[in-house]
Ligand binder design. Structure first.
Ligand code: ATP
Ligand code: MG
Length: 139
């Protein structure tokens, strides 16, 4: 079993797509191990996306991610990291495969509905960023 950190981003929460996205998560066989509605401060978003600090879109990305409530989830499945990225689709919704979450719910390369960890090391960092050990223990 593997765990990954998923976020339903502020654009998808504002558009009331939380239920539809959770349905796809459960439909794909993931176990939800933790889940919380969060409102990131700008500093929280900057810390979360620190690896992208030098990218030209860092400012607008962190403004967007702190613009409204988001839903953070710990998802578990065999190969959860790869499987969740597959279900999300490509970063740019216009390039994402038909039937993927970003294709169906994303509005732009930045406002792309969901986030997923990209490797075991980043998953460990990102899960710890949102969930205390006690929330994940025993589930
Ligand atoms: P995520 O990390 O959110 O799961 P990803 O791994 O597919 O997405 P990254 O390259 O890590 O994509 O970019 C992180 C986030 O930054 C993207 O999900 C998107 O919201 C935003 N982003 C990526 N590229 C661009 C861009 N060229 N212009 C604006 N925003 C971008
Ligand atoms: Mg990424």
């Amino acid at each position: 079993m593997e765990r990954t950190l998923a976020i339903i981003k502020p654009d998808a929460v504002a558009a009331q797509h939380v239920g539809a996205i959770l349905q796809r998560i459960e439909g794909a066989g993931f176990e939800i191990r933790a889940m919380r509605l969060v409102r990131l401060s700008r500093a929280d978003a900057e810390g979360f996306y620190a690896v992208h600090r030098e990218r030209p879109f860092f400012g607008s990305l962190t403004a967007f991610m702190s613009s409204g409530p988001a839903v953070a989830l710990a998802l578990e499945a065999p190969e959860a990291i790869r499987k969740w990225r597959e279900l999300m689709g490509a970063t740019d919704p216009a390039k994402a495969d038909a039937g993927t979450i970003r294709r169906d719910f994303g509005g732009s390369i930045e406002h792309n509905a969901t986030h997923g960890s990209d490797a075991p090391e980043t998953a460990a960092f990102e899960l710890a960023y949102f969930f205390a050990g006690v929330e994940l223990a025993g589930t």
